[in-house]
Design a protein around this ligand. Structure first.
Ligand code: ZN
Length: 319
């Protein structure tokens, strides 16, 4: 982190995780899959075409999952009201028995199941603002009405899932919400995404904690995607989600890092998000990548309207 004044702020505390143990990994993943990752870490190999396994992969992936869990645990133990799990590898492309897209274990799903088991929480809302669709997280909770999964993502793009019509299955129908964004979409659109979708859903669902799959690869400079988000957009998005958490769930908000592949931009956005979370946003953090102001576009407004129609049978807010 570049901003030393942030690290010195008395409101910010830094904690270091332990690796998540195998029985907790099994709250989400199958034993066969966990053993596959473990065994491949001894021999080396490829979990999928873009996801290599090396000698330390199993240990580091368990440590990353432990970081996500710690982010939630500290909130439930009343040590902090919000937290950011500064972890890698990411997790949202990992399902119960598969990995991919640089993901081995699903950190945010493990956080959900850990809080359910150890703290008795019953309702969780996940905001996934990573530029890629969190197919693993969606799969894990697709039939689960206790986890409201909300994703915005560029489409078309890896992994190719996250269509507006994918809204869950069985008892989980209506509890998966996907808003695909076309290439070039500005982060300024997030204002109406909060106003028209996220906040009304949160108000009605009443999660006990809000979790964010916080990948900042929608940033305009990201080398593997094509959205137009700025550092200031991430500050605003953090402020908005903090307001939602304050009004709905006692400010309980845990973020975990997912993607973000321009490391300069990533360090700026993470510093900005954490600064905002400790209410230091007045520091006026620099923006290395400026963009001209873009207004909310009609295409996004019409997709939001379409989504409300698709979801109206499940949510009073959209009737
Ligand atoms: Zn991503």
């Amino acid at each position: 982190m570049k901003d030393a004044s942030l690290l010195n702020n008395p409101k910010l505390s830094i904690s270091y995780p332990d690796p998540l143990n195998k029985s907790d990994l099994m709250l989400v993943h199958t034993e066969d899959y966990i053993e596959k990752v473990q065994n491949m870490s001894n021999s080396g190999g490829m979990l999928s075409i873009d996801t290599p396994i090396q000698a330390k992969t199993y240990d580091i992936a368990k440590l990353s999952a432990g970081g996500a869990v710690l982010a939630g645990k500290m909130i439930l133990e009343n040590k902090v009201s919000n937290s950011f799990g500064l972890i890698r590898p990411p997790g949202h492309h990992a399902g119960r028995n598969y990995g991919g897209g640089f993901c081995y274990f699903n950190n945010v799903a493990l956080l959900v199941e850990y809080l359910r088991k150890h703290f008795g929480l019953k309702r969780f809302m996940i905001m996934d603002w990573d530029v890629h669709h969190g197919n693993g997280t969606q799969d894990i909770f697709y039939e689960d009405p206790t986890v409201l999964y909300f994703s915005t993502h560029q489409m078309p793009l890896y992994p190719g899932t996250g269509y507006i019509e994918e809204i869950g299955k069985g008892e989980g129908k209506g509890y998966t919400v996907n808003l695909p964004l076309p290439a070039g979409t500005s982060g300024n659109n997030y204002e109406i995404i909060f106003d028209d979708l996220f906040f009304p859903l949160a108000k009605e669902f009443k999660p006990e904690i809000i979790l964010v799959s916080a990948g900042q690869d929608a940033h305009s400079s990201d080398p593997i995607a094509n959205l137009q988000f700025t550092n200031n957009n991430y500050i605003k998005m953090t402020e908005r989600i903090m307001q939602v958490a304050e009004s709905i769930c006692k400010s309980r908000l845990a973020m975990v890092l997912e993607g973000g592949y321009n490391l300069t931009a990533l360090s700026e956005t993470i510093s900005s998000i954490i600064s905002t979370m400790v209410e230091m946003n007045q520091l006026n953090i620099s923006e290395s990548f400026s963009l001209k102001e873009v207004i909310v576009d009609k295409e996004i407004e019409s997709r939001i309207e379409q989504l409300k129609i698709i979801l109206k049978d499940y949510w009073k807010a959209f009737q």
